[in-house]
Design a binder for this molecule. Structure first.
Ligand code: NAP
Length: 457
């Protein structure tokens, strides 16, 4: 792991450094969070929900500041950073409004007696998050667990430490009590020790398969419940009857939103042959018209990637794909800059033996496949070790729903691409991980479903 540093990927200049905590600081943090958990056991979710409304207000008040540090640290376009803050405000409002109701005891019909189960907090949660949505990834764990009564410790990615610090400050300013969200900059070894601590009761990680399997193994070794939100290689299936206008509109951002660095970006564009040329033409049009530049400017539509290292890794993946027979249908002209710019690529002719066939390319690279018909499209979509999201573009929504049920992913969007909101469960199957975040499902991730039954006659 690299050190916790803020480096602006637009200029490649470092602007801040952060120290790892001492063992004493870590112990004090866990203790503070655990003490709050114990206190919260005697308070109702409704009282925390009120504070979560205030946290939403605090985020609203600090939207520009939060958006600016995210853009400076990981390069996403400023207007997308602002959208991210707004999504987070809505997630906080969603759990503030619906959370207490979701946590009411659930009656159980049983011949053995009058039964129900309580939905109780379990303790402190360790959240381990990636840089691609610096605030949203935090809030996905923080907001539901705050209402539940599970305090959260955060280990954010090494390249967004300033965003992590500001998020913690904004939450505190909203009135969240000390210990409800503690930001730390631990090493991997320190993280292992935190997970092993008996006061920690859950581990939520969003990130790559590599990071996920390592942290999940440690959680498993210590019998800690975990949720893993990992990578994806999402299929985007275009059927014969796709509405051309819908297709055009969705393709405009399907592979380039957030600089193409979204777990649920449409990474594999799977097209029935009657629409193949049209899709290649449309996608090329989108890529050609991108305007590389400063992500702080409204005129920019192609930001740098999050780091020079990530850019170089993606370039190697594309080269390996080409060396194995992929064709470059289009590549954006070279971008001369000290920043982490990657010129977007459209690849075709990626066959099953190509390394690119079953690996995630986390940046603006679209791999386009031609298939005979929808059966072949579904088979190709499912021929992946990932299973996060998928899209189907078709004018026949009933039929698209039937096909959605055949796709091995945790989410399918019909006539759209990446989407998220408080009420929509987020997560995948296969190597894309396990568990769900957001919605009522996500809220139950670290809840003790505690059976109480009266068997007296
Ligand atoms: P990553 O390297 O796995 O990092 C994610 C987090 O885990 C970071 O805080 C990282 O810390 C930490 N980490 C990584 N390896 C670790 C280890 N061995 N021990 C302890 N901590 C470790 O992922 P990334 O490359 O930053 O993020 C991009 C990935 O996230 C993509 O694969 C993307 O698809 C996925 N993602 C998934 C979702 C979802 O909801 N399914 C959402 C967003 C992103 P350091 O930064 O300090 O290494």
């Amino acid at each position: 792991m690299a050190k916790y540093q803020s480096i602006n990927p637009y200029t490649n200049e470092k602007f801040a450094d952060y120290d790892n905590p001492t063992a004493t600081q870590i112990d004090e943090a866990i203790n503070l969070a655990h003490t709050l958990y114990k206190k919260w056991q005697h308070e109702s979710p409704t009282s925390r929900a009120k504070i979560l409304h205030q946290v939403a207000d605090s985020l609203r008040k600090h939207e520009d500041e939060m958006a600016t540090i995210m853009t400076r640290e990981m390069g996403k376009m400023l207007h997308e950073s602002k959208e991210e803050v707004e999504i987070c405000i809505n997630i906080c409002e969603y759990y503030a409004e619906k959370g207490p109701e979701m946590l009411k005891p659930q009656p159980i019909e049983s011949k053995l007696g009058h039964g129900y189960y309580l939905k109780q907090a379990t303790g402190v949660i360790m959240a381990c998050e990636p840089w691609n949505f610096p605030l949203y990834q935090i809030i996905r764990v923080f907001a539901p667990n705050f209402v539940v009564g599970n305090p959260m410790l955060l280990k954010h990615a090494h390249n967004v430490p300033g965003s992590a610090a500001l998020a913690a400050k904004i939450v505190k300013e909203g009135g969240a009590p000390e210990g409800s969200f503690i930001n730390l900059y631990p090493t991997y070894d320190q993280l292992d020790d935190i997970i092993a601590d008996p006061r920690i009761q859950g581990v939520a990680l969003t990130g790559s398969e590599r990071g996920g399997s390592s942290v999940a193994a440690n959680a498993g070794k210590n019998l800690k419940k975990s949720t893993m939100e990992l990578g994806g290689n999402d299929p985007f299936i275009i059927l014969d009857d796709a509405d051309p206008e819908v297709l055009k509109q969705v393709l405009a951002t399907a592979r380039t939103y957030n600089g193409g660095q979204v777990c649920t970006s449409s990474k594999r564009i799977i097209v029935v042959k009657s629409r193949y040329d049209e899709v290649l033409h449309e996608l090329k049009n989108v890529f050609t018209n991108l305007k590389a530049g400063d992500p702080m400017l409204d005129s920019t539509t192609l930001p740098p990637m999050n780091s020079v290292g990530a850019r170089d890794k993606l370039a190697k993946q594309v080269q390996a794909a080409v060396d194995s027979g992929a064709k470059v249908f289009y590549q954006y002209p070279e971008i001369k800059s000290a920043g982490a710019f990657f010129s977007p690529v459209i690849l075709t002719n990626v066959d099953h033996n190509n390394p690119a066939f079953d690996e995630e390319m986390f940046g603006p690279v679209a791999v386009v496949y031609q298939v005979e018909d929808e059966d072949e499209a579904i088979a190709l979509a499912n021929n992946s070790s990932y299973g996060l999201g998928s899209s189907i573009i078709s004018a026949n929504v009933d039929h698209a729903q039937e096909l959605a049920a055949q796709i091995e992913t945790g989410m399918t969007v019909i006539n759209g691409t990446w989407i998220t909101a408080g009420e929509l469960p987020f997560g995948g199957v296969k190597n894309s991980g396990y568990g769900r975040e957001l919605s009522d499902l996500g809220m139950m991730a670290f809840v003790n479903q505690h059976l109480v039954i009266d068997v007296s006659k």
